[in-house]
Ligand binder design. Structure first.
Ligand code: PEP
Ligand code: MN
Length: 335
């Protein structure tokens, strides 16, 4: 159930509706909107009876929500969610480009790449400090030292930092250093981590699980939003299919479908989707043409020496070319 309040409803009327919801042992969620306030309800065991609310002062309409995911659905909020990080917007008119190496490897490496990207006017730097690797013997990331280096990069370049939190133990540490907390594909089903990240106010980049259905993906986002954090960016990063010629299969269908079903921004990670730098540009162009709000791309100045994901990391010049291409495509697809 979604309760739509009048454009001129008072704070008192909104609080009154929320109180009524609580009295019925359910949870109210005020949904941020440009024109008017809407109040979503969760925690109901069955259909909610609109009789309880429709005559309360300030209430315009009670709309049943048919989807299992509620707060992330367009039924509940029609306007696109735009995340604003001091003027760097995600989900707005412009496409968002997040770029950087798979991992922070050392001071020289991260500063070299960050400076090159910053010169290209990239505002958001990605790089893992805690790396979830398939093999326990592979490079696991620099941990807190990596976060400290990222903080230095932010100070020197002004770039915003996107990095992954791999567990609840290190979440607070990561949150203290970064601007956007990445939840990786392997953790999309980690509900205790999703709840914890939902209790923070920092924007979250939620990657789609390796074999997650659309509903599971949106439900994972619902875990975060239902804890009060509406600043969620969805990320399609390729799923496992029978197709065996690439690292994963980029699910292009999910882009317009999510745009239809949810108000959250969705970006695409072409690097992990294909695993090969030869194909990254083509997939990124396709993603923006299909309506994605942006891309997150791995870039390394010396991919041959990269400690992780070198094969899929673009050279800076390739990335520059891609940036020009997606900027042009974005002008068409976002109008
Ligand atoms: C990454 O972004 O480096 C990463 C590990 O991604 P994913 O969780 O999509 O595999
Ligand atoms: Mn990677």
């Amino acid at each position: 159930m979604l309760i739509i309040m009048h454009t001129q409803s008072t704070d008192e009327q909104i609080e009154n509706v929320k109180q009524k919801i609580r009295e019925l042992n359910m949870t109210p969620h005020a949904i941020p909107g440009q024109l008017r306030c809407a109040i979503g309800i969760t925690g109901n065991k069955g259909p909610v009876d609109s009789e309880f609310f429709k005559n309360l002062p300030g209430v315009v309409q009670c709309i049943p929500v048919t989807k299992s995911y509620k707060l992330v659905s367009r039924e509940v909020r029609q306007e696109d969610t735009i995340i604003d990080l001091d003027g760097v917007k995600i989900g707005g008119k412009e496409i968002t480009v997040i770029a950087g190496p798979c991992a922070v490897e050392n001071e020289e490496q991260i500063f070299t790449i960050a400076r090159k990207l910053s010169e290209m006017d990239v505002k958001l730097l990605r790089a893992g400090a805690f790396k979830p690797r398939t093999s326990p013997y592979s490079f696991q990331g620099l941990g807190e030292k990596g976060l400290q280096l990222l903080a230095q990069v932010r100070e020197k370049t002004g770039m915003k930092i996107v990095t992954e939190a791999v567990d609840t133990d290190s979440l607070e540490l990561v949150a203290n250093y970064v601007d956007i907390i990445q939840i990786g594909a392997r953790n999309m089903y980690n509900y205790s981590l999703l709840k914890k990240v939902g209790q923070l106010k920092k924007p979250v980049l939620l990657k789609r699980g390796l074999s997650a259905t659309l509903e599971e993906f949106l439900m994972a986002a619902e875990y975060i939003v239902s804890e009060g954090n509406f600043n969620v960016i969805l990320c399609e990063r390729g799923i496992r299919t029978f197709s065996d010629f690439s690292r994963n299969t980029l699910d292009m269908n999910v882009i317009p479908t999510i745009k239809h079903l949810s108000h959250l921004p969705i970006i695409v990670d072409p690097s992990h989707a294909c695993g090969d730098r030869k194909y990254v540009q083509a997939l990124a162009r396709g993603a923006i043409a299909a309506g994605a709000d942006g891309i997150i791309v791995e870039v390394h100045h010396d991919p041959g020496q990269a400690l992780s994901d070198g094969a899929q990391s673009l050279y800076p010049m390739q990335f520059k070319q891609l940036l020009e291409q997606v900027t042009e495509i974005g002008k068409i697809s976002r109008n």
